[in-house]
Write a protein that binds this ligand. Structure first.
Ligand SMILES: [Zn+2]
Length: 205
């Protein structure tokens, strides 16, 4: 692309770094912003700057939050003894959307993936074990995607948690989630949380 302005080129380059945005789309978005009022564009920029600077991760469950401890962890009516382990904040949103789950969460921040150089120590796994060891927990639900990385992570978590003598359950693995919890339809995902099964069952095959 030949740009008539370096400022225009820089903006298009930044937008095209976003996932799923090619140069053409980037140009369209940038030109769209150029037609907006200055105030609106300032606000857009400020939202992005504040997002990166001010966002926090919950000290208990590691979910994205505006506070030191997130709304779910501080809510009085949630069952604190029931922990649903998920890959990232999108999965928390997916499970919340089902309206079928009333416990709390633990966000791992990814899945174990030796191919990408992501090992257990890169994820919030120690803090999960710590939670189970130091607070009353009556069940851990492992709600991870049905991928090789999801399976590897499930097995690793099971090994780390099995000595605590609490039920470790998993959502139905046969259900087509499209690989990711966030894509599951709410009814199917909600049902699989309600009908979760002991993880040990999936090991006897
Ligand atoms: Zn939290």
């Amino acid at each position: 692309m030949n740009f008539s302005s370096k400022l225009l080129e820089d903006a298009v380059n930044e937008f095209s770094k976003l996932p799923g945005v090619g140069q053409k789309t980037a140009l369209r978005l940038v030109l769209h912003l150029l037609n907006k009022e200055q105030e609106e564009v300032d606000h857009f920029g400020n939202v992005l700057i504040r997002l990166r600077k001010e966002i926090k991760h919950c000290s208990v469950c590691h979910n994205i939050s505006d506070q030191h401890t997130c709304n779910i962890c501080t809510a009085g009516k949630r069952e604190k003894e029931l922990i649903c382990v998920v890959e990232d904040t999108r999965d928390v949103m997916a499970v919340e959307n089902t309206g079928q789950y009333f416990g709390v969460y633990h966000v791992l921040g990814g899945l174990i993936s030796p191919m990408d150089g992501i090992g257990p120590s890169d994820l919030f796994i120690d803090s999960l074990v710590q939670r189970v060891a130091t607070t009353p927990v009556k069940e851990v639900i492992l709600a991870l995607s049905a991928t090789m990385e999801g399976d590897t992570t499930l097995f690793y978590l099971y090994k780390r948690l099995k000595d605590f003598q609490i039920p470790i359950t998993t959502i139905a693995r046969g259900i087509a989630f499209g690989g990711e919890l966030e894509y599951a339809d709410e009814i199917t995902l909600g049902r699989s949380i309600v009908t979760r099964v002991p993880y040990q069952n999936s090991l006897i095959k």
